[in-house]
Write a protein that binds this ligand. Structure first.
Ligand code: PLP
Length: 377
């Protein structure tokens, strides 16, 4: 039996999700823009999913724009808002640990002439709201912060920062990449004081290739593409109705159990941390403010990929840093001050509530065996 501990990379689609997707493909294949009954059926599915996801973050259904995933949602949010609000104001604030979908977009905006300030965590590995607030100026048009950082699970004080920033400069547009928080810890648009929030379906047991951008009423965006009037003209193109139906089913399934899963996963996290702490040669890379869904650690003297493949032979699946980097050196860990040799031997375990303590014992035993067999290779 496989031990899957890479849930921050992606999750297993739930049975209800698979049924929703296949049912839609088989039976409700009309185009939601068509005026006939089959079109209406597809539109009904779309609206149902839109409502389920919107309600889960305290938003109105019409404030949700479906995209191909969170990467597109963040590109749309940042490039789209920069195009509208960045004509005269050319400064953007973000954190130094954003996912590549935000970091690379920031670099692209720099090439367009924007100045980007990237805030680092303090020496204790936590982010301080004042550092962000101090960085915004009269010239700032946009601030973007992730809620849960995907490599170490660090929680960023998004709600505090956005509230304080808005108090100082109400016209600044706020964006939050909530991918690793959505359906894991409470995400509420008003509590976060966010104008835009990126979400992804495949991290919550939904299908790959769909996600959404929450866009607060009255926030304006320039679309990335030209085309039809779908999604209020902000994201033209026929909606991926089967995937979106699956996204909605995942949201309906996950929303009622956020608290219960959080408690289960906290127990798993505590169990793993105590097992790893008792293992010589393992250093935890952990900020005091972190999501229990992610545990990041370094196995001294063994490269991440070497250990990852050793574990894989035992059907234990973890990640070396973030899957999105495909093993490339993590700039995020450097931002926390993790030295290069430890960063090179980093593994990320990310839980689902269905994981068990027995699985974590198998992982720990395999890590210890790996240390004995691999360390001098
Ligand atoms: N943001 C974060 C924090 C992520 O962890 C990921 C995926 O790893 C993404 C964005 C990208 O999401 P998607 O795969 O839907 O484009």
């Amino acid at each position: 039996m496989a031990v899957y501990l890479d849930n921050a990379a992606t999750t297993k689609p739930a049975d209800a999700v698979i049924s929703a997707v296949t049912d839609c493909l088989r039976c409700h294949y009309g185009n939601p823009s068509s005026l006939h009954r089959m079109g209406l059926e597809a539109e009904t599915l779309l609206n149902h999913a839109r409502k389920a996801i919107a309600v889960s973050i305290g938003a109105q259904p019409q404030e949700l724009i479906f995209t191909s995933g969170a990467t597109e949602a963040s590109n749309l949010a940042l490039r789209g808002a920069a195009a509208v609000y960045g004509r005269r104001k050319r400064h953007i604030v973000t954190s130094a640990v954003e996912h590549s979908s935000v970091q690379s977009t920031m670099s692209a905006l720099e090439e367009q002439g924007f100045t980007v300030t990237r805030i680092l965590p303090g020496a204790d590995g936590t982010f301080h709201a004042e550092d962000f607030v101090r960085a915004v100026t009269e010239d700032t048009c946009l601030i973007s912060m992730m809620r849960v950082e995907n490599e170490t699970g660090t929680i960023l004080p998004v709600g505090d920062v956005f509230r304080l920033v808005k108090r100082k400069f109400p016209q600044i547009t706020t964006h939050c990449d909530a991918v690793q928080a959505f359906m894991k810890i409470p995400v509420h648009a008003d509590d976060l004081h966010a104008d835009m929030i990126s979400m992804s379906a495949h991290k919550i047991h939904g299908p790959k290739g769909t996600g959404a951008l929450y866009l607060r009423k009255k926030t304006r965006l320039s679309p990335l593409m030209t085309g039809g009037k779908q999604e209020n003209g902000i994201r033209p193109g026929t909606e991926a109705v089967p995937l979106i139906a699956g996204f909605g089913a995942a949201a309906e399934l996950m929303q009622p159990t956020i608290q219960e899963r959080l408690e289960t996963v906290t127990k798993l996290q505590n169990a793993l941390i105590s097992m790893l702490s008792e293992t010589e040669g393992i250093t935890l890379n952990r900020s005091p403010q972190a999501s229990p869904y992610i545990v990041n650690f370094s196995v001294r003297g063994i490269r991440s990929e070497t250990m990852l493949h050793f574990l894989e032979e035992k059907q234990i699946y973890v990640s070396s840093g973030s899957a999105c980097h495909k093993g490339a050196k993590s700039g995020v860990l450097a931002a926390y001050g993790v030295p290069d040799d430890l960063a090179d031997s980093t593994l990320r375990v990310s839980f689902d509530a269905a994981n068990t303590v027995d699985e974590l014992q198998l992982l720990t035993d395999a890590l210890r065996e790996g240390q004995r067999k691999l360390i001098h290779k």
